[in-house]
Design a protein around this ligand. Structure first.
Ligand code: AOS
Ligand code: ZN
Ligand code: ZN
Length: 393
């Protein structure tokens, strides 16, 4: 890397030091596809062990201080004790992810189900998740609905939107002053004809009606091929409606692979929008979460790799020469503007990240340090019969 100006270097390092990535409890559990779950050794058996793994990721990366929970996969009878355990291990509890997709009752939908009894059950679960947020001190409730239909005519699209709006309003009403609802969209799967929250526009429309505590979450794997995700980021940021990300990679559908693995350039472009809008800072309120499943690769290492992939994309975005870009854009110099962006993208930021970690008192190579630590050998011996992440089991 060519020598950075001292002011650029300190600006970039300061931003990277403050960056926060939230890990996901389910990424540490056994997971697979609908064809097979390959069990791994040393996998957590309960939420405490998932938190211990997340704390290990934070210990070696220094930028992953919170872990998202999933209810009921992480259900426990004492959430205050779970939060205290997390604190003791050096992490906090992050977003609460609801689950209204796994019961037989939800075959025809949860909050959009034509049966009022099923809708009431789904709503009760969502409200219970807010109770859990009160106990854990979590700020965000992440809502993903698998609701939809498989055949034209199966149910009324409009009525389902009304039912969805009604449930969201009831949950919104229950949120505390410092709590938010993050509404996730996904274009298909498990519903194949019509999904009730298929895209950012639908999520945005509901969030707009609900109020400022409702925001949209972008799962990077939830779009049709070729979708310009950074455009969505820019539009939602402009509207003050971007609540956060579920980061992962996709080659085909909702692959949930490590973020930055399939398309590091896309991740860079997304982070460019974040940096240029100055919302990387945690105070800006954007939750940078991982939503991944590691079927083949060792889980803790995969999560560490995901965090460092986000750091690399962010470092490159921070290196974009904003002044030169503005001049080129103003002059209508298409190729120069593109060059400014590509120069930053082609920079090898790994030495800078190694320096960052050294300055933070960390090992410059988090994966190597993790491997040397003996953590995996310890948990492998201790944990027999690791838990499935929750689905595909
Ligand atoms: C499902 O496809 C969504 O990405 C969800 O965000 C998530 O994977 C699930 O709810 C686990 O919490
Ligand atoms: Zn997601
Ligand atoms: Zn997903």
């Amino acid at each position: 890397m060519t020598e950075l100006a001292p002011s650029t270097r300190s600006r970039v390092l300061a931003a990277l030091r403050d960056q926060r990535v939230e890990t996901a409890s389910w990424a540490f559990g056994n997971s697979g596809t609908r064809f097979k779950v390959f069990a791994q050794e040393g996998v957590p058996r309960d939420p405490y062990e998932k938190i211990a793994d997340a704390a290990t990721v934070h210990r070696f990366t220094g930028v992953a201080p919170t872990v998202a929970l999933h209810i009921p996969w992480d259900k426990t009878d004492d959430y205050a004790a779970l939060a205290a355990f997390a604190k003791e291990r050096g992490v906090g509890l992050g977003a609460i992810n609801s689950n209204v997709f796994q019961d037989d009752d939800y075959k025809l939908g949860s909050v959009t189900n034509p049966d009022p009894r099923v809708r009431a059950k789904a709503l009760a679960h969502l409200l219970e998740c807010v109770d859990i947020m009160d106990a854990t001190g979590s700020r965000d409730l992440k809502l993903w609905f698998s609701d939809g239909t498989n055949y034209p005519g199966q149910d009324s699209i409009r009525n389902r939107q009304d039912r969805l709006a009604e449930a969201l309003a009831a949950v919104y009403e229950r949120l505390g002053d410092d709590q938010r609802m993050l509404l996730e969209y996904k274009f298909f799967e498990p519903a194949f004809y019509m999904t009730d929250v298929p895209d950012w526009g639908t999520a945005y429309a509901h969030c707009l009606t609900l109020g400022e505590k409702a925001q949209v979450v972008i799962d990077t794997g939830h779009h049709a091929p070729g979708t310009n995700i950074e455009f969505i980021v820019a539009v939602l940021l402009r509207a003050g409606k971007l609540g956060g990300f579920d980061f992962n990679s996709r080659f085909y559908a909702d692959d949930d692979l490590m973020v930055g693995a399939a398309d590091p350039f896309q991740l860079f472009r997304i982070m460019c929008e974040i940096v240029s809008a100055d919302v990387l800072r945690p105070e800006a309120g954007i939750a940078f979460m991982l939503d991944q499943c590691h079927n083949l690769e060792p889980k803790i290492q995969a999560v560490i790799r995901s965090v460092t992939n986000v750091q690399e994309a962010t470092a490159k975005a921070l290196l974009v020469d904003a002044d030169a870009l503005a001049v080129a854009q103003q002059n209508g110099d298409v190729l120069e503007a593109n060059d400014v962006l590509m120069d930053a993208y082609h920079t090898d930021v790994r030495p800078l990240l190694r320096d960052l970690r050294a300055e933070m008192g960390l090992d410059p190579d988090p994966v190597a340090a993790y491997k040397r630590s003996g953590y995996f050998e310890t948990v492998k011996a201790e944990r027999v019969g690791g838990q499935a992440a929750g689905w595909g089991a």
